[in-house]
Design a protein around this ligand. Structure first.
Ligand SMILES: C[S@@+](CC[C@H](N)C(=O)[O-])C[C@H]1O[C@@H](n2cnc3c(N)ncnc32)[C@H](O)[C@@H]1O
Length: 392
């Protein structure tokens, strides 16, 4: 017979159990397998023996019975919910031995043997960071990023969040987004080179891209190669699931035929690169992530609906505020300096400001810069209204 291991948690109870609580204890016993969880009642103690648990089912059961929020069972529920380290298997949280089968012995020495992050060897990034001149801070700047960025000192930006033009042929303000591919990559990469230069040591570059599948151009891979060649650490990739199933099912030429089925994508890519170090230290009191945000956002697939206000803002290719909010809160501290060199209608900058970061937004279009500035201004107006109401 296999021996089940448990995590044991003890809860003292002063006045014993009520009739309803006692019934609930029995229901838990009936509805949950002893291998998953069982609760012992002894000497004014409840001892929870926890191996794995369908937390939704457990919560529903507790909420379905007639007990008050002060009941010991709510304390147990909250306590189990707050356990941050667990695996997931078959819809259950696994609290014991969840990482056992994945454990690799002598991990550190094997990493060394493989030459982890080999492509960053010999980088010459300075570890000394610089102040960003005041005149650039909290500004929307109209101009070509290739030129504007040259005015910034080395190592002065904490986080870059951006989405470059995709070369899809979209009609941007007085600008056709359709160039000979090699020229396109040359231009964007020369801006990215400046971005790497201005990033602080430990700074992050977060890139939202959408390849042009119909041209068979893997834009995200080409840019990743560029960053890797420039010795940035590839931290990882987030799939932005847009759930926009509005594409038609292949043209008749390939319908129901293996001759050349056309693949459909409802997601975009978010690539993350770090300069010099994966760790970016910062003051503890400037972290503004809740446990729930952290737990859900480190799962690298974000389901976020596409931006719906593109008509309102007059920009054809915006990313939604929620995407920027997650990227900024997960990868930066309050007061950090956030840069977007393709700021468009200013989603990055408005979200940075909303979340108490400093910002610099650059876009080549005067029209988009006006929209970005208006979004910032209306935040400030809202703040004044809130303050005025407060004074009333
Ligand atoms: C995909 S859009 C970014 C949209 C933005 N993320 C938003 O949510 O509004 C790319 C932007 O890059 C701008 N752009 C193109 N070339 C540029 C350059 N050389 N320097 C600065 N901005 C440029 C375009 O005007 C466009 O607004």
């Amino acid at each position: 017979m296999k021996k089940v291991k448990y995590k044991d948690i003890e809860f003292p109870i002063n006045k014993g159990l009520t009739f309803e609580e006692y019934n609930l204890l029995q229901k838990i016993d009936e509805q949950f397998s002893k291998d998953d969880l069982y609760i012992e009642y002894s000497n004014n103690n409840l001892i929870v023996h926890l191996n794995k648990l369908n937390l939704d089912k457990f919560e529903k059961l507790i909420k379905s019975v007639d007990i008050t929020n002060e009941s010991i069972f709510y304390t147990i529920l909250e306590n189990i919910k707050s356990i941050g380290s667990y695996g997931i298997k078959g819809g259950k949280r696994v609290f014991v031995d969840y990482n056992k089968e994945r454990k690799v012995s002598n991990r550190k020495s094997k990493e060394k043997k493989r030459n982890k992050q080999f492509y960053t060897a010999g980088h010459n990034f300075s570890t000394e960071n610089n102040e960003c001149p005041e005149k650039f801070l909290n500004k929307i700047i109209c101009g070509d990023s290739e030129q504007v960025l040259k005015e910034l000192p080395d190592n002065c930006i904490d986080l870059i969040l951006t989405s470059p033009p995709y070369n899809f042929g979209l009609e941007y303000d007085n600008n056709d987004d359709s160039h000979y591919w090699e020229n396109y990559f040359k231009k964007i990469e020369s801006i990215f080179s400046e971005c790497i230069r201005v990033l602080k040591y430990g700074g992050r570059f977060i890139l939202n891209v959408q390849p042009l599948f119909s041209d068979y151009i893997p834009t995200h891979h080409i840019f990743s190669n560029f960053f890797i060649k420039n010795k940035m650490i590839w931290k990882g990739e987030i799939l932005w699931e847009k759930n926009n199933y509005n594409c038609k099912y292949t043209s008749w030429g390939s319908w129901l035929s293996p001759s050349s089925p056309y693949l459909k994508y409802t997601w975009e890519f978010i690539e993350i690169y770090c300069k010099g170090d994966l760790k970016k230290p910062g003051p503890k009191d400037k972290i503004d992530l809740t446990p729930e945000e952290f737990k859900s956002w480190v799962v690298a697939k974000w389901s976020i609906a596409p931006e719906r206000r593109m008509k309102e803002y007059g920009h054809p290719a915006m990313f939604p505020e929620e995407l920027a909010r997650r990227a900024i809160k997960l990868f930066s501290y309050q007061d950090d300096i956030i840069l977007d060199p393709f700021n468009g209608a200013g989603t990055t900058t408005v979200v940075a400001k909303k979340n108490k970061r400093r910002y610099i937004g650059i876009d080549i279009s005067e029209e988009y810069c006006k929209v970005a500035q208006n979004r910032i201004n209306s935040l400030e107006n809202d703040k004044c209204h809130v303050q005025e109401n407060f004074l009333d």
